[in-house]
Write a protein that binds this ligand. Structure first.
Ligand SMILES: Cc1cc2nc3c(=O)[nH]c(=O)nc-3n(C[C@H](O)[C@H](O)[C@H](O)COP(=O)(O)OP(=O)(O)OC[C@H]3O[C@@H](n4cnc5c(N)ncnc54)[C@H](O)[C@@H]3O)c2cc1C
Length: 382
């Protein structure tokens, strides 16, 4: 059943997106995985057809829609594959909203229209080699000198890092601030700035076509007008935006789990052993029943959160619950799905192999399962 936040217009949006992906993405996905990247042309085609940042105001080239359309985008991209969805959704629904929400008029004009067309790809640099979960401990510094900041530090594991035209960088403008989070600001670093370079494109266990890179800032002179919002407010901005980030990721993982169950159902209905379909063994039936139940619970929960998020409700605790539970559920589904595929599940020509290796990172990025539980416990106990 269609959730209440999806109407006929969303179906039309979905149909045209799916048609585009069937022509421009599905046939090439395997090659992109080998190339370790999604080509820029795909970004531009998504942009041309109105599928990037559909929520942005028409004044900046968008369609002026709401987050409900983004959920369609997330679902359809994820059905193609995680490596594609993680980069595009990060750009469209995680990074660009920082510009729209905290940017000045000039900043919005500078970065949003080209983000809508796909000419610009964006990234966000929080994690550093020495710190991930403990965001307040970042060591990248931006010291003000006249009309610019001098930025020094390193970021790692940055999605879209290799291709990004601009990066929202989490840095300390006041490294001595107490408590440390009060010294955090967000600076936008642009391609071509002297001293800004990319390190390695990282070799991952899965999501091969997703570009994940190191970023290096060596005395980068970042103009003061590239500061997002106010100095020292960066940590608050991050906390405010994490609700949507975690809904985006939880929905992506939910789709992965649904895809893995569908793949498994098709497989066990075809494959035979001991003169009967695998689907006739009680073990298979129970495993499929368990997976389908958990996936259905996940779907109902995430749909409910999307509805509340659209209403503007603060649901940080519930979103943290969804993020950890759905990603841990999907990891279980991945293991069972592969088991039911037998040896073929371990072969690259079967899609379950790719889905299986794409899943484990989902309980790590956008806040680990342990950090999600900390947030939930803090909300209940403190
Ligand atoms: C493919 C990929 C893409 C990514 N994309 C981005 C991106 O675009 N931008 C970005 O900034 N980052 C990105 N990340 C980084 C990601 O967000 C971090 O890896 C994550 O936040 C965890 O940080 P860490 O790796 O430093 O692990 P650590 O923080 O070192 O954690 C190691 C372990 O200790 C546990 N732990 C830590 N603190 C606690 C605690 N208080 N209580 C209990 N357990 C704890 C963790 O849960 C984990 O199990 C990406 C990572 C990957 C793998």
């Amino acid at each position: 059943m269609r959730p209440s936040f999806l109407q006929d217009d969303h179906d039309m949006f979905r149909d045209s997106l799916r048609k585009m992906l069937e022509a421009e993405a599905y046939p090439y996905y395997e090659q992109w995985e080998k190339d370790r990247r999604v080509p820029r042309e795909l970004w531009e085609k998504l942009g041309e057809n109105g599928f990037l940042l559909p929520w942005v105001d028409e004044a900046y080239g968008g369609l002026g829609l709401d987050f409900s359309y983004s959920t369609v985008l997330i679902e359809e991209l994820e059905r193609v594959g995680s490596g594609l969805a993680s980069g595009v959704c990060l750009h469209s629904d995680i990074v660009s909203p920082y510009i729209a929400k905290y940017g000045t008029e000039e900043q919005k004009q500078r970065w949003l229209p080209k983000s809508v067309t796909g000419e610009y790809i964006s990234a966000i640099g929080m994690t550093e080699p020495g710190t991930g979960s403990d965001l307040a401990a970042v060591r990248t510094t931006a010291i003000k000198e006249g009309d610019h900041y001098v930025l020094n530090g390193e970021k790692t594991f940055i999605t879209n890092g290799e291709q990004a035209d601009y990066v929202v960088v989490v840095c300390k403008t006041d490294p001595k601030a107490e408590p440390a989070y009060r010294g955090i600001s967000l600076l936008v670093v642009e391609e071509g700035m002297e001293g800004f370079s990319r390190g390695r494109q990282l070799d991952k266990v899965g999501m091969y076509c997703g570009d994940t890179s190191e970023l290096i800032f060596d005395n980068v002179k970042v103009p003061a007008e590239n500061l997002l919002g106010e100095e020292g407010k960066g940590f608050y901005y991050l906390m405010e935006m994490l609700q949507q980030e975690r809904i985006v990721v939880a929905l992506q993982v939910q789709i992965e789990a649904e895809e893995m169950v569908d793949l498994t159902v098709d497989y066990v209905k075809e494959r035979e052993a001991f003169n009967q379909k695998i689907s006739k063994f009680q073990n298979t039936r129970f495993k499929v029943a368990e997976m389908a139940t958990e996936v259905d619970i996940g779907r109902k929960y995430i749909n409910n959160l999307i509805e509340q998020h659209l209403k503007g409700n603060e649901i940080v605790k519930e979103v943290s619950m969804a993020k950890w539970w759905i990603s841990e559920m999907a990891k279980k589904v991945a293991a069972e799905a592969m088991q039911l595929h037998g040896g073929y599940g371990y072969m690259e020509e079967y899609e379950i192999a790719r889905r299986y290796r794409d899943i484990p990172v989902t309980s790590i990025y956008a806040g680990t399962t342990e950090i999600m539980k900390e947030i939930i416990a803090k909300n209940i106990l403190d």
